[in-house]
Design a protein around this ligand. Sequence first.
Ligand code: ATP
Length: 455
Amino acid sequence: PAKTMDELVSLCKRRGFIFQGSEIYGGMQGAYDYGPLGIELKNNLKAAWWRAMVYERDDVEGLDAAIIQNKHVYKYSGHEDTFTDPMVDCHECKSRMRADHMKDIKVCDNCGSTNVTEPRDFNLMFKTNVGPMVNEESYTYLRPETAQGIFTNFKNVVDSTSRALPFGIAQIGKSFRNEITPRNFIFRVREFEQMELEFFCKPGEDEKWHQTWVDLRTQWWLDQGLGKENMEFEHVTGDDLAHYSKATVDILYKFPHGFEELEGVANRTDYDLGSHTKAQEEFGLSAKVKPNEHSTTKLAVRDLEENKMIVPFCIEPSAGLDRGVLAVLTEAYTEEELENGSTRTVLKLKPHLAPIKVAVLPLKKNKPEIVEAAKGIKNRLQKLGLGRILYENTGNVGKGYRRHDEVGTPICITVDFDTIEQEGAPVTIRHRDTMQQEVVNTADLPSFILNYFVN
Ligand code: ATP
């Protein structure tokens, strides 16, 4: 794994995974742009999550709710009142910092002065104006979590799918938090993506489902290549517990800057549906909610055993996609000493996450027959639908191998004279991790590649 954040930042910039946002204007703190390879890696991680959470289960439906929502959503979700971090101002250098991130509450992170204010609450939501009139009433917020769109669509999903408990709704999308001190590359940013599941169950079954989801999510991260020894769990308690949560287990990963939260699995009880529902008094809610005068809809389902309408409890595994990208990059980053004394950098990404699945390299740049054969192989493999297959004609296969090691391409195929002249049109397959080469006939390539990636 990577030892320092710097080596990751440098690889990401050099090879086109991740760039500082607004770089040409001196940057924008807490915002990063995903480059040509970063977007592939991120999409692959999203697809793996969706596959595991939606396609491989039959009790979860997908959703993509709008980012901009009615301001009442955040009034009743509790975010307007309580989605805050404690902030401290330094009188000396005028910087601001998160009080709970300070090493010592009385010392400024930036200049070391002890002349700092008492902590006060800072709301992390970005406020924005909607519509052509700017007045007291025309505001809303950018969502600080994707979850609220799931709660507000609860009835729509139930009615359109005829779901009964237990079942879940999954969503991936952007969230925004005006973090006081964004830091550690893409670990803490102001614009990020979340992969969230809200899993609804009967009250009383919530604790069992909570543990089940902690286990399932841990296994999923292991399946993405994270090492067990680099993961830890933290039971969140007291003040650190979110306003909606009865119990939260954080899944931590050993990032280059230390063990930190990768995903939170929270028992949100009946807090959210209870807050947003019409006729709260009918449901004997267990959570303490704000009286709701605006909701038009009862967010309840029929409990088939007791034959009455209930507001379900909700278990939420909420993973940060950007933190996921950072974790798999950290884990995959390897520097190897080779026999000839040189070192190679290799990203040992799981094949399903690799930004480029296969690179097809003609051995000779200017030989039309070789070039044509290589392009033909690229086109045929691209049709398998595995992701990006790259045809790359630089004429320097050795350099190509090195570059593809560094960006995690699991397989390179070289096309040479044998390919066009010999029977079976053999090509050379070179494996990233072992650097071993083998010869495969062109006709067998699609099934060879399919077997390699689909398992
Ligand atoms: P932290 O304590 O690190 O601020 P949190 O407990 O506020 O995180 P949650 O509200 O539980 O985070 O959000 C769920 C997930 O969303 C987190 O586990 C994390 O992966 C991701 N996430 C939250 N805030 C950020 C951020 N500022 N940048 C990147 N990812 C984030």
